[in-house]
Design a protein around this ligand. Structure first.
Ligand code: NI
Length: 138
């Protein structure tokens, strides 16, 4: 590692296929590797840093998930789960993407431990294909 005028250099190991795909997207966007890695690091921090706070600390944010409502009991499981976490869910926006897929945006505010628990349990639900969240500690 070497330091030079406000930047720190470091090397990273990654599977060649991941590097190839990464470079392809970077080239299409007209960016360079360093800028893209910095952006990825900031995203990583925003995704994980809020969990660092005290268990009793508060947080606010949004969870976005895409799921297949055709999967047996997926809808019921997600609804039951959200009822169980109603103390941290401010509102839920539901969009029917197509015949099978749904997108839900869940606005959350409450204890870090509860929001973390909700995210973990949503991610484990049947039919959930994608889950992302943006949460900040308050
Ligand atoms: Ni739907």
């Amino acid at each position: 590692m070497s330091k030079r005028s406000g930047v720190e250099r470091f090397s990273v190991s990654a599977p060649p296929e991941l590097v190839r795909e990464f470079d392809e997207v970077i080239n299409k966007l007209g960016q360079d590797r360093s800028k893209a890695i910095q952006q990825a690091m900031r995203l990583f921090l925003s995704e994980h840093r809020w969990v660092d706070g005290p268990e009793s600390g508060g947080c606010t944010g949004a969870i976005v998930l895409i799921y297949d409502h055709g999967v047996h009991e997926a809808e019921e499981e997600l609804t039951d789960l959200q009822h169980g976490y109603r103390q941290v869910i401010n509102s839920t926006l539901h969009l029917h993407i197509d015949e099978r897929n749904c997108l839900e945006i869940i606005a959350v505010r409450g204890r870090v431990s509860s929001v973390k628990g909700l995210i973990d349990r949503l991610a484990a639900c049947k039919g959930v294909k994608q889950l992302k969240h943006t949460v900040v500690g308050v």
